[in-house]
Structures are given as C-alpha cells and as structure tokens.
Design a protein around this ligand. Structure first.
Ligand SMILES: *Cc1c(COP(=O)(O)O)cnc(C)c1O
Length: 358
C-alpha cells in the first residue's frame, strides 16, 4: 500500500494519471460491466447517472426512505422531486409493493412525471432487483442501483453494480471497499450514458477539456486513491469479502433468538457494509449502546432519521411520503462492529455484552 502511494507521488501524475484507467479497468472487470468511470464520491456517482438521464424539475424519482441522505439529495440537486418508498423490515431494502403504490399515486396525482427508481443495496445486501426491474420496465422508468454500500454483494452469480441501468458506488473509507479519503465510481453497459458521464465528470468536456459542451462537475477520482483501490481490490477478492461473511455468520449464530438478526434471502450474498440488529424499542437500544460503550465497543445507528422526516425534505407532501416501516426501524436498529479483521475474542465480548444487557 505504501509503495502504491509513493509510486504515484514520484510520478507526479496526481490527476487522471494512468492509475485511474487501471483502476477503472480492474473494477469494471470485477463487477462484469463494460464501463467503469471513477469519480470524486458516491454522491457524485449518483448525480452523474441522473445527469446522463437528464433528470430535472417536474420528474419524480422513487427512493427508499431508509437510506443515507445522499441517495435522495442528488434527486433534489437536479431539481427533481424525490418520492419516498418504504422498506422491508427483514432486509432493510426497498419494499416493491410500496414502490408500485407510490408510482401509481404519482401517476394519479398527475403533477410529476415518473422518471427513475433509485434502489439502494443497504448494508451490503442487494435490493430485490428481479422484482424492481420488472416494475421499472412496466412503468418505463430508469433504474439506478445505489451500490455505495453494496459493492461485492451478489444475487446468484451476478455482482452488485450490474443490477441497474447504471450503478453508483462509493469508496468512502467505511464502505466495503474503501479508499483513504473520498472516491466513487459509476458502472454501466450503455456506451451512450458512459460517454455522457465521462463528459459530466470533467466539466462537460467535449473533444478535450477546454472544449466544453455541457455544464458538468469537477469530479475526478484522485490518482492516489485509484492506486490505493487497486491494492484494496486485491485483498477484497482474495480474502476480505469471504472473511467479513464469516464474521457476519458468527454474529448470526450467537445472536439469533436474542435480538432480531439481519436476513439474507436465498440466493443473495451480502458484502456486510454493516451488521444491523433490531431491538425492542428506543429505550432498550440506548441502554444496550451504553453498556457496549462501557466495554469500549463502538456501535452506530444507521439511520436515526428516515428521509421522509428530514428537515431538508420538509417541503415535500407528507401524505405522499408515508413510510411507517422506516419509522419503526429508525427507533430499533443498531449496527455492531464489523470488518474482515474482527477477532473471535472481540466478537465474543461483543455478543456476551449484548446477551448480558438485554
Ligand atoms: C455512502 C453512501 C452514499 C454517498 O457516498 P459518498 O462517497 O459518501 O458521497 C450514497 N448512498 C449510500 C446508500 C451511501 O451509504
């Protein structure tokens, strides 16, 4: 890792150096898509996809309410309207029945044009893409896979990053494959969208960077981050993804029946960006979090405020955006420490502390 970083420093090719192309080729090959374009963050990756599709004011984009803010923020940045969809309490992912309900609602109201679905692979588990794809097709909507947490997840033998018309991922340090700062990428098999996103991520470049044919962003992936990602991908492929799955399995073995453990549907494989348990209520959760903290065990709440309750989205119609399961989960979820290097001793202490404090 140190050598990879120093090599870029010595080369002086800090911006769009050869490591960026190398990273894009390696990541496209891993995911199994034609195009990967590195960019500055997962948020920008989502934004680039919406720009390629010209998502704009008057468009409705369907987004789960139980997610990180960026999934919905990008919709509003484009001037479009997010419509929040509830999630499944077992998988934390988009509830397809509520998706259909919300689309029908928007169609009937006749104010907005349904344009796209952003389905999130929350906590590392791919969303229910078989059904979501059918819905997208039926209503003529673009499908964007928010794989910011999903990289490495699978349905059958298909990788996360292949399930949408475009997929976006993040390399923020806490994600399944993290770099040493901010970074992201988009994935697609579509040549036209790939060319548009390539242009948008460098100031709307045309034939070169001083020929600007559209309004874009400065959203390049740093060469140093690309070099780091190439080393990280190797470890991820060789053992990290397998090891983090072993940690998750061990949690489930020890905690099943004690708390509600996360479910992975048959045929699905998670990359475990988070291992999220559910407890009886907010009070139980606070007490448990305190007890774990007393043992120096960090925990986190992803997410305490669902999107339909965020102040920034208070301008939206509350009637159109009800998501009771997201409300329920916000009060009960707790994410435990998880990474490929968690020792069995540490994990035993975490589980014992949970069992002793419920
Ligand atoms: C982290 C994350 C993003 C944003 O990625 P950044 O690289 O932090 O901009 C988007 N969506 C989800 C679901 C995320 O977890």
């Amino acid at each position: 890792m140190d050598q990879a970083i120093l090599d870029v420093v010595a080369s002086s090719a800090y911006v769009m150096g050869p490591k960026v192309k190398e990273m894009e080729t390696a990541f496209a090959e891993y995911v199994g898509v034609k195009h990967c374009i590195g960019c500055a963050s997962g948020t920008d990756a989502l934004l680039l996809a919406l720009k390629a599709w010209n998502v704009k004011a008057g468009d409705a984009v369907f987004v789960p309410s139980f997610t990180f803010f960026a999934s919905a923020e990008v919709v509003a940045i484009q001037g479009a309207t997010p419509v929040f969809v509830d999630v499944d309490p077992d998988t934390f992912n988009m509830d397809v029945r509520d998706l259909i309900y919300k689309i029908e609602h928007v169609v009937k109201a006749g104010q907005l044009k349904p344009k796209a679905i952003i389905a999130v692979d929350l906590f590392g588990l791919p969303a229910d893409f078989k059904l979501i794809k059918e819905v997208a097709k039926r209503y003529g909507l673009y499908l964007l896979e928010d794989a910011a947490q999903g990289f490495g997840g699978r349905i059958g033998d298909k990788e996360a990053g292949t399930f949408g018309d475009i997929a976006a991922t993040s390399f923020f340090p806490a994600k399944p494959v993290g770099c040493y700062g901010d970074g992201g990428a988009v994935f697609t098999n579509n040549d036209e969208w790939a060319a548009l996103m390539d242009s948008y991520h460098i100031h709307g470049k045309g034939s070169d960077r001083y020929d600007n044919v559209r309004i874009g962003l400065n959203s390049r992936l740093d060469s140093i981050q690309a070099a780091i990602l190439l080393v990280k991908l190797k470890a991820f492929k060789e053992y990290e993804l397998v090891d983090v799955n072993k940690v998750a399995e061990r949690y489930t073995e020890k905690l099943q029946g004690v708390v509600k453990t996360p479910e992975v549907p048959k045929g699905f494989y998670s990359s475990w960006a988070q291992y999220t348990i559910q407890v009886a209520n907010k009070e139980v959760r606070s007490k448990l979090q305190e007890a774990l903290k007393a043992e120096d065990i960090p925990t986190a709440i992803y997410y305490p405020i669902p999107m339909h309750r965020q102040t920034a989205f208070s301008y939206l119609d509350p009637k159109m955006n009800q998501c009771p399961v997201s409300d329920y989960l916000a009060d009960r979820v707790l994410a435990l420490p998880i990474h490929p290097y968690l020792t069995e001793e540490d994990q035993d202490l975490i589980c014992e502390t949970i069992i002793a404090n419920l």
